[in-house]
Structure formats: C-alpha cells, structure tokens
Design a protein around this ligand. Structure first.
Ligand code: PEP
Length: 257
C-alpha cells in the first residue's frame, strides 16, 4: 500500500519571516505526530534555510524546492543545484510544474534532464504533468499526459524511477477554484499508472505515488484522496496557512482505502 503524501507548493509566497512563523504555528497543531502520511512543504528558494532552521526535529514535515537545475555548479545565473538544495535540507524538488512550463518555457527535454539528475542524486522529484483546458475540451488530455510522461521519463530504468513521485495537475484546475471531479482524477491516475506499467513494469508502477493537484482543499480532499490511484495531493493555495495544511494532513491520515 502506498503511503499518502501531502505536499504544499507555496509558489512565490512566504518569505523567510513568514516561513519561520508557519513552522512556529504548525508546531502547536500536533500535525502528523504518528507519521502516518508523508508531508512536505516547498517554499521559495529564499525561504528554504528559514524552513529547515525553524522546523522542529520531531515534526514530520519534510522540505522540498519548487525548482532545480541539473548542473552541479558554474555559470548558470539564477539557478540552484541539487547539492545546494540538499545542503539546506531539501528532500524533494518539484519539477516541470505547469507554471514553469508555460511562463518560463520549460520543455519536456529540459524537464527530463532534471528528473534524471534528481533521481541519480537522490533528491526525490515531484514530476508535474497535466493538460490545458482546451486539451481537456477537445478530448486529447490522455494523449497529452501520455507524451509528457514518456518524454519526461525518457532514458530511465525501472530501478531508477522507483522513488519518483508524479503529480497530475490539470492546468485548468490550478489556482482556479475549479477541481477535477474524483472520477476525473481517478481516471487519469489509473491511466498514468497503466502507462508506467508499459514504460517500466508492474511492480514499479504500483510503487510510484501519483498525487492530484488543482484546487485541492480541506473541503474536497477526502473525496479525492479516497480513490484507489490518488496517493496524495500537491496543494498550492490551501497549503499556505498552517491550520489548513494541518487539516489536509489530518484528512489524509484518516483516509482508509
Ligand atoms: C499547484 O500549485 O501545484 C496547485 C495545485 O495550486 P492550487 O492548489 O492553488 O490549485
């Protein structure tokens, strides 16, 4: 059985001061004390040190980055390497978020290089895939996601991808308040898992966690999370407040499949 994973994507919110306050406040909320689910927040790079410095050792919430570059160091202005992220306590890196794809022109080939390097260096990538509204409306959403998965995971073996996390994030549901229905989420997650069987094998496909992302919040989390192939959530807006993030983790703890 896959352990559910609740990951917060803070996007360009929460500077170092707010990040320190988040950890002070969430510590009071007794969140995930039994470690029944995996939980993580992904602050902006500038706040990662504040996150790892203020996170109490016994708090079962990991830290991840929202982006990463695949080179070790050198003349790559504005980029951050895997070893730098690990040095400030990151265990995860979001890779290929739709905002990176759309606003910053990241291609599948570029994302593929990041995924390969993260897996090699044991920084767990949370690979985001998902279709645009037009693609959903025209019925090409399965083709789009299939291509993203195969291009983003090109050249990797079953052994290499076993720790990968995938987030299915329909772009039309991100930050819009509109959520995929539990049926739509389950249908796409099952499709992704089937693709993973074809690309790798059944064992690894069963192991890889597939999170849902797109306006997940406490009021709809349970309905989404109880589906067989929905192994957690990548959550933007609703992860910014300690009480809402804690509630999401509590809901995941209570999900029985
Ligand atoms: C996201 O940023 O990955 C996301 C899913 O955002 P939101 O929950 O705000 O839709």
């Amino acid at each position: 059985m896959r352990k559910l994973f609740i990951a917060g994507n803070w996007k360009m919110n929460m500077g170092p001061k707010e990040t320190s306050n988040f950890f002070k406040e969430i510590t009071q909320l007794n969140v995930n004390s039994a470690g029944k689910v995996d939980a993580a927040v992904c602050p902006p790079h500038i706040s990662l040190l504040a996150a790892s410095g203020n996170k109490p050792k016994n708090l079962n919430v990991s830290i991840g980055s929202q982006n990463v570059y695949y080179e070790e160091n050198g003349a790559f202005t504005g980029e951050v390497s895997i070893s730098m992220l690990k040095e400030v306590g990151c265990e995860y890196a979001i890779v290929g978020h739709s905002e990176r794809r759309q606003l910053f022109g990241e291609s599948d080939a570029f994302i593929n290089r990041k995924v390969i390097k993260c897996l090699a260096e044991k920084l767990t990538p949370i690979l985001c895939v998902g279709e645009l509204l037009d693609e959903r409306k025209s019925g090409t959403h399965f083709d789009v996601v299939k291509l993203q998965i195969s291009d983003d995971l090109k050249g990797l073996t079953a052994a290499q991808v076993s720790n990968l996390v995938i987030a299915y994030e329909p772009v039309w549901a991100i930050g819009t308040g509109e959520t995929a229905s539990p049926e739509q989420a389950q249908e796409m997650h099952a499709f992704i898992r089937k693709e993973l069987v074809g690309l790798f094998n059944n064992d690894v496909a069963k192991k890889i966690r597939i999170l849902y992302g797109g306006s997940m919040k406490p009021s709809n989390a349970q309905e989404l999370l109880k589906n067989e192939d929905v192994d957690g959530g990548l959550i933007g807006g609703a992860s910014l407040k300690p009480d809402s993030f804690a509630e999401l983790v509590n809901i995941a703890e209570g999900v029985v499949k």
